[in-house]
Structures are given as structure tokens and as C-alpha cells.
Ligand binder design. Structure first.
Ligand code: BTN
Length: 281
């Protein structure tokens, strides 16, 4: 999908004038173990692809690749991820955690919690999470995470965690972005400098990722941040849809559903929809 072709001019023009005044530069991101090496690209196909190429070339943990524009940004379930040039946070982290394969998705907990806390701290917005990896503000999707694994002989070689946060544009003006999307600007009523937000997000991810590596659990904090728990949800899997109450999550990050017959069902991966619209986030 060619993103630029799908952007109407009214979505592109304000961003072109914003981008030079809202640069992402390595030296404005501060220091930390997950910004050990920082690459900022004006454009690429996908920051996940750039990070994967670094990983395959032997780059150690802690590389960060961010871009002003992705020609073929992707989300989960083979969806496209679009953002006008210079408008948003589009970045990928290269991690090499020594984790059992059953815990390979735990870094998503550290990253999603860090993104939500960074948004709360810098923008004072009520960011929450939707299982497994959406960032919500007031019930609307403001960001998402795409985690891709590099495996070698059934063990984890690296994890690429790609993060997209809609910052300074109106998602309603971009054809192809679902109507339940929002952005920081839409919720805040003003633009948010991207570097300040990314610095804060990285500063929140790093200590959480460190505690994961020490063997500590992020499950409880993640469960508190998940707007999904305690709700009725519809789960979409390749072999069909079903509904249940989202009870809790386990240490691996799997969602535990209580089915209508009282049985419990563990969902390891998939897409959920919050069925009830009772005003909660
Ligand atoms: C989703 O909600 O489906 C996940 C979206 C992830 C988008 C980010 S943007 C940076 C990185 N590069 C990509 O191509 N995708 C992720």
C-alpha cells in the first residue's frame, strides 16, 4: 500500500510545515540502554525492517530506529499502518532478551506500559491499553505495537518491537485509518513535540525492560493498565469468532476468558473487540 497516495492534501499540508519545526534528532532523545545507538531516517519502508536488518547483521541490543515516514508501515493482522510525514512516532527497538520462548512476548508488556506512561506523564492524557498491544486514549486507538521475533534453532535470537503513536495529525483526515482512531493532538487540542514524548516513553520503557531481564514480573502492572479486563470481548481468530468475559492475563501475556458456560479459555494471540460500550475506557 502506498501511504502517500492515500493521504488527502488537507492531512499532508499542515504536517509538511510542522516537520521542520518538530525534528527527531538523536541528541534530543537523551541516553539510556535502549537508545545505545539511534538511527533516525527521513523515510524507510518500515522501521521494523530496518531494525531486523541490523539484528541480522549482528547489532547488539539497544538499537533504536525511528522514521519520519514509512512507505509500507505495517500493523498486526497484515494491516497497513499509516501516518503523514513528520506527524508521528514510528520507531522500532532491537532487543535481545535471554528469555524462554514462552516469554518471548513479555517485552510487549514493558514497551506498551512505557508508551502509556510516557503519554500520561508528558501529555497528561489517560492512556490505557487494549489487549494485546493497542494504546487507547479515552477508548480510541492512539497507537499500536508490532512485535516480530527472530528465532534460531527454536530459541530467541532477537525481538523487534515496533511502535506507532499517532501524534500531530487528525486520523479522520487520512483515508484508510479506522474511524475509532485518535491522536495525541486530537485529544490534547494542541500539538505535542515528538522528541519530548519519545524521550519520556523510552525513559519509561527502559526500567520496565530491565526488571523483566532481572526475572521480575510486569503482569500486575500490565493487568492494571489493560482496559480489556473485566469487559465482555469478542475474539477474532483465524478459525472463527467467539465472545466471553476478559478475566485476567497470565505471566506469558495470554488473555484468560470466562466463556458463557463458565469454562476458562486461554487466548495466546489474536485480536479482540471491546463489546460493551458503557462509557469506560
Ligand atoms: C498495530 O496496532 O497493528 C501495530 C502497529 C505498529 C506500527 C509500528 S510503526 C513502527 C513500526 N514499523 C512498522 O511497520 N510497524 C510498526
Amino acid at each position: 500500500m502506498t501511504n502517500a497516495l492515500k493521504m488527502p492534501r488537507d492531512a499532508l499540508l499542515p504536517m509538511n510545515s510542522l516537520s521542520p519545526n518538530d525534528p527527531l534528532e538523536p541528541n534530543s532523545l537523551g541516553r539510556g540502554p535502549l537508545r545505545r545507538s539511534v538511527i533516525i531516517l527521513p523515510e524507510c519502508s518500515s522501521t521494523n525492517d530496518e531494525a531486523r536488518a541490523l539484528a541480522e547483521a549482528g547489532e547488539p541490543e539497544g538499537a533504536l530506529v525511528a522514521a519520519d515516514f514509512q512507505r509500507a508501515g505495517r500493523g498486526r493482522m497484515r494491516r497497513a499502518w499509516q501516518a503523514p510525514r513528520g506527524s508521528s512516532l514510528l520507531f522500532s527497538l532491537l532487543l535481545r532478551p535471554e528469555l524462554d520462548l514462552s516469554r518471548a512476548l513479555n517485552p510487549i508488556m514493558a514497551v506498551s506500559l512505557g508508551v502509556a506512561e510516557g503519554i500520561r506523564r508528558v501529555c497528561d492524557l489517560p492512556a490505557r491499553l487494549k489487549w494485546p498491544n493497542d494504546i487507547l486514549i479515552r477508548g480510541k486507538k492512539a497507537g499500536g505495537i508490532l512485535c516480530e521475533l527472530g528465532l534460531e534453532c527454536k530459541s530467541l535470537k532477537y525481538v523487534i518491537v515496533g511502535v506507532g503513536v499517532n501524534v500531530n495529525f487528525d486520523p479522520r483526515a487520512v483515508e484508510g485509518i479506522p474511524p475509532d482512531a485518535t491522536s495525541i493532538q486530537s485529544e490534547l487540542g494542541r500539538r505535542q513535540p515528538r522528541a519530548e514524548l519519545l524521550r519520556a516513553i523510552l525513559g519509561e520503557i527502559e526500567p520496565r525492560y530491565r526488571s523483566l531481564l532481572r526475572g521480575e514480573s510486569l503482569r500486575d502492572e500490565w493487568a492494571r493498565a489493560l482496559a480489556t479486563l473485566g469487559r465482555r470481548v469478542r475474539v477474532m481468530l483465524a478459525d472463527g469468532d467467539f465472545s466471553g468475559m476478559a478475566e485476567t492475563v497470565d505471566e506469558s501475556g495470554a488473555l484468560i476468558l470466562k466463556m458463557d458456560d463458565g469454562s476458562l479459555r486461554t487466548i495466546l494471540a489474536g485480536d479482540v473487540v471491546h463489546v460493551e460500550n458503557d462509557g469506560r475506557q
